[in-house]
Design a protein around this ligand. Structure first.
Ligand code: ADP
Ligand code: MG
Length: 790
């Protein structure tokens, strides 16, 4: 990459015959930059030029004075640029100056003498000369000739030029690609294989320019002309192409519009020229400024086309043409000022190398074929680009064996065949991807399954919990039933011990002799009826509150209630009757036992008699055996009598038993009625108590509150519940009149229900509540009987 500022040269045109020379001096320094000093004549000091200053100094790369010949100018200015272009860099040489200052003479040359040839023909000559000399590369040369007039581009090499006016030609337009490269549409690239062809094209273009120019349309002075030499080069066999172009630019006259002094059409032209160069100046100012990000290239066609040449990838050279006669001093100074600014612009020229894809393909194909040939020679086998079906199958097997082999040292050997190696890699990759995908699927499936499983598990746990709860309840019920049965058995045992021995005998005899006496086990047994009193201790609703132990208050209240109950007489009568019957049954049982013993004794005597008779017959009187034994007859008669007596007594006992069972059922009935009555009474008492003293109970959700029975139904043991259902078969299913009510067991006993009594409270809320409830109940009873102390 070559990074350098735009080289700026100055060329002073020789004075015409009638021109009055301005005062200037050239300081030509071989080592450093040359300087041009322009002295403003005094008679012009009041005119266009700022009269405060008399002389202006400008620095140039080199200053070509009036005597400078075209060959010298070419050698100094164009030759180095042409060399760069041949090397592959872009180059631009442009001439800037007022009309008539020698721009066209410098760029194209004078038409009169061969020696007046300008930069373009000399460069063409030089380039083709060089191309001919260099046989190491293949060069292709094209030329294009563009004229920009009034912001429109025209192709000066268009063959239709001879028959048309400039304005009638198809316009050259600017196209910009995504990489911001400029392309010129409708600008022809004419190939020039040698100097002659190229010069003919230059001549053609210049002729076209001349034809289009009329006295009214002095295009040559007001248009920009860009002659471009395109060179592409490549080394034989290489796909790399170097492309470069050299713009040789003859700009329009830089004189200001004001000075032209023309109107109408010409003024418009002058304005355009000015405008176009004005934009060029803006671009140059912008490029000269540091940290300037936007360069207004797009403002004019000329700056767009020269974009690369100004601040881009180009070796650029400017020639400031000066016509330093007295009248043009101001324009000359203006041109020099412009040149000073251009001199500040830095360009970065890079080698324009690119690879030709077509060439690359051809080259690679050739290389492949060569390698194939070589391989065939080495292996002795002809090798196609594709593997055969047989080879693929073999490879598949090899891969499978390799993958299944657990030996870490196992290798997959397919030989030095890239096709096979590649196939193996692709196959293994496919297998990997497949397993990845299936893993993924499996994973997502697993996740969804897990989700499902979690959901299922939760539901399962819920179900199991419910089942567990059910089982717990069942176990509780069974345990309580077991307890109940145990207690029953214990009670039975206790009563059995307490009862007389005859009872046991009676029962034993009954069970032994009377098959019909075997009753279902759930029937009320005889021994259970023996102590009616004891049955009250098992009042379900009394015992359930204290886990079998009736609270003191409740027990006492029940005793009182029982005593005052109307049925208590019936119960007492029945009890007496039952006692009587029981005693009778016991004595009968004893008598039955006695009869049975006597029968047995008589039977034993008969047997004895038989033995005696048999012995007698054997010893002395065998005929005795055929005679009836009167003793035996008597004994048999006695047995018959005893049997009759036994039967009578047994029937009587049987009758007694039925009677006893009946009495027991009656008593059970009465007992249940009594219990129920007590409960109803008790609940009434409790309601009354609640109404009298609502602060006694803190249970907002309860309609019926029993001070000492308060217990949540959920906490009721199933034992208690089953006893209740048995004891109170006609319970209100709605639960309204039930003694068991769901309520808060917490009681608040702030004041005793009876202020007249001093009650020793226990401190246990339940017991205290019982006591208080009882006191209240007893007061009520006494009041009813007219005994209460009001
Ligand atoms: P421009 O293109 O800048 O308008 P031209 O190149 O047409 O000016 O020059 C105007 C006239 O001056 C032409 O006739 C040309 O031959 C002559 N001329 C310009 N420069 C030189 C020079 N260095 N030596 C001899 N004649 C010149
Ligand atoms: Mg000209």
């Amino acid at each position: 990459m070559v990074k350098e500022t735009i080289r700026v040269y100055a060329r002073v045109k020789p004075l015409g015959r009638r021109q009055q020379a301005g005062i200037y001096s050239v300081d030509d320094n071989e080592k450093s930059l040359s300087s041009l000093e322009i002295i403003v004549p005094h008679d012009l000091a009041d005119g266009f030029v700022n009269n405060k200053r008399e002389s202006y100094k400008f620095k140039f790369q080199k200053i070509f004075d009036q005597e400078a010949k075209q060959d010298v100018v070419f050698d100094s200015i164009a030759k180095p640029v042409a060399e760069c272009v041949l090397a592959g860099y872009n180059g631009t040489i442009f001439a800037y100056g007022q009309t008539g200052s020698g721009k066209t003479f410098t760029i194209t040359g004078g038409a009169e003498r061969y020696s007046d040839r300008g930069i373009i023909p000399r460069t063409l000559s030089y380039i083709f000369d060089q191309l001919q000399k260099d046989s190491s590369k293949v060069y292709t040369t094209h030329v294009s000739y563009l004229e920009i007039y009034n912001e429109c581009g025209y192709d000066l090499l268009d063959p239709r030029h001879e028959a048309s006016r400039l304005e009638d030609l198809p316009k050259v337009t600017i196209m910009e690609d995504p990489d911001q490269n400029i392309h010129l549409k409708n600008l022809s690239l004419q190939q020039a294989t040698n100097e002659e062809e190229a010069l003919n094209l230059l001549f053609l273009g210049d002729t076209n320019r001349m034809i289009a120019e009329t006295p009214m349309n002095q295009a040559s002075t007001r248009s920009h002309c860009i002659f471009t030499i395109h060179i592409s080069s490549k080394e034989p066999g290489s796909a790399t192409i170097r492309r470069s172009k050299l713009h040789l630019v003859d700009l329009a006259g830089s004189e200001r519009v004001a000075k032209t002094g023309v109107g109408g059409h010409l003024l418009t032209e002058a304005k355009y020229i000015n405008l176009s160069l004005h934009y060029l100046e803006q671009v140059i100012i912008a490029l000269a400024e540091k940290n300037r990000s936007h360069i207004p290239y797009r403002n004019s066609m000329m700056t767009s086309v020269l974009r690369d040449s100004l601040g881009g990838n180009c070796m650029t050279t400017m020639i400031a043409t000066l016509s330093i006669d007295k009248r043009n001093i101001d324009e000359s100074i203006s041109t020099c000022r412009f040149a000073q600014r251009v001199a500040l612009i830095k360009n970065e020229a890079v080698l324009n190398e690119e690879i030709d894809p077509r060439l690359m393909i051809v080259q690679l194909k050739k290389e492949i074929q060569e390698l194939k040939d070589e391989l065939e020679m080495v292996t002795g086998k002809q090798r196609t680009s594709e593997l055969s079906q047989e080879e693929i199958l073999q490879l598949d097997e090899l891969i499978e064996t390799f993958l299944e082999d657990n030996d870490p040292d196992s290798t997959l050997d397919v030989g030095a065949d890239m096709r096979k190696i590649k196939y193996c890699f692709i196959h293994v990759k496919q297998l990997m991807n497949h397993s990845k995908i299936s893993d993924k699927n499996l994973f997502s499936q697993h996740i969804s399954e897990e989700k499902d499983t979690n959901k299922e598990a939760r539901e399962e746990v819920k179900k199991l919990k419910e089942l567990l709860q059910q089982r717990d309840n069942e176990i509780n019920i069974l345990v309580n039933m077991l307890k109940k049965e145990k207690k029953k058995a214990q009670d039975a045992l206790f009563q059995l011990n307490a009862a007389s021995a005859g009872s046991t005998v009676l029962e034993q005899s009954l069970s032994r002799n009377l098959e019909e006496s075997q009753r279902p086990s759930n029937c009320f047994s005889l021994k259970e009826a023996k102590d009616f009193r004891s049955s009250f201790h098992r009042l379900p609703f009394l015992s359930r509150q204290t886990g079998g132990k009736m609270s003191l208050g409740c027990q006492e209240a029940f005793e009182v209630f029982k005593r005052d109950h109307a049925d208590s007489i019936t119960i007492e009568d029945n009890k007496q009757l039952l006692k009587q019957r029981f005693t009778e049954a016991k004595s009968l049982e004893a008598k039955l036992n006695e009869v049975r013993n006597r029968i047995n004794h008589l039977k034993g005597e008969i047997t004895q008699r038989h033995i005696q008779r048999a012995a007698l017959a054997v010893s002395s009187l065998p005929e005795e055996l055929n005679v009836l034994d009167p003793v035996e007859e008597k004994l048999r008669m006695q047995i018959e009598e005893e049997k009759t007596s036994y039967k009578t007594m047994f029937n009587r006992l049987k009758g007694l038993k039925i009677e006893i069972e009946h009495l027991q059922l009656l008593m059970e009935k009465v007992k249940v009625k009594l219990q129920k009555d007590f409960e109803v009474w008790w609940s009434e008492e409790a309601i009354n108590l609640q109404q009298d003293k609502p602060e006694m109970v803190s249970s907002p959700n309860t309609t019926t509150v029993y001070p000492q029975f308060i217990k949540s139904s959920q906490h009721l043991s199933t034992n208690s519940f089953s006893e209740i259902t048995r004891a109170i078969p006609n319970e209100d299913p709605s639960g309204k009149n039930n003694s068991i009510t769901s309520s808060n067991p917490t009681l608040k006993t702030r004041t005793p229900p009876s202020s007249s009594m001093s009650v020793p409270l226990t401190g246990d809320s339940q017991a205290d509540a019982d006591i208080l409830a009882f006191i209240k109940a007893r007061q009520n009873i006494l009041q009813k009987k007219g005994l209460g102390n009001k």
